[in-house]
Design a protein around this ligand. Sequence first.
Ligand SMILES: C[S@@+](CC[C@H](N)C(=O)[O-])C[C@H]1O[C@@H](n2cnc3c(N)ncnc32)[C@H](O)[C@@H]1O
Length: 204
Amino acid sequence: MTDRTADRPAPEWAAYYAKTAGRPPRATLLAALDRFEKEGRTGFAVDLACGTGRDTIELMRRGWPTLAIDAEPAAIATLRARPDLPPGARLDVRLGRFEDADWPECDLVNASFALPICPPERFAALWQRIAASLKPGGRFSGQLYGDRDSWRGRPGMTHHTRSQAEALLAGLDVEMFGEEEENSVTPRGEAKHWHIFHIVAKKP
Ligand SMILES: C[S@@+](CC[C@H](N)C(=O)[O-])C[C@H]1O[C@@H](n2cnc3c(N)ncnc32)[C@H](O)[C@@H]1O
């Protein structure tokens, strides 16, 4: 079972941060980074909705200059203060919502358990910005939520059918497309039916 610690899209992220502190990087990020390593490449990364940095720290550890963006001040403050930030880490942080943000052209856009927390009417433009910001050979890693996910219909959230998710990836080389569906609980103990697409895709 994957560590599906997205918890809920509430303004009170503090409990989520406390529950998930110290957890390892996401498998989708690791899969993308391993592919870059096999190609003998690193680059510049953007970590959208970085939280307190479980993925950002891995990017730092592997020497990727990274722009980390999150809408929650506590996330950014905690990330900046992490004792495991390597000395000289090339990390820029930005407080803001990803659907409002601009970021430079990059080699990797990582968005772990985050993109579904985008209002449906803003998702298409967000996805277009992600795809457009990738350099040729760049990758996206992250998750989308499926149409059978029990949070479907919550205000401000976007879910996709499998075919809608596949359509988003048209024009990219899909390197990982894992579909996960299970009844479980969130880190804060809420029963939930999870329906998740785990994605790594490369821009040709
Ligand atoms: C479920 S956590 C995921 C954090 C981290 N990526 C991870 O994998 O653990 C979601 C994070 O998204 C942030 N967030 C939610 N909506 C956002 C938005 N529209 N723009 C930027 N960050 C957002 C929250 O503040 C929170 O830190």
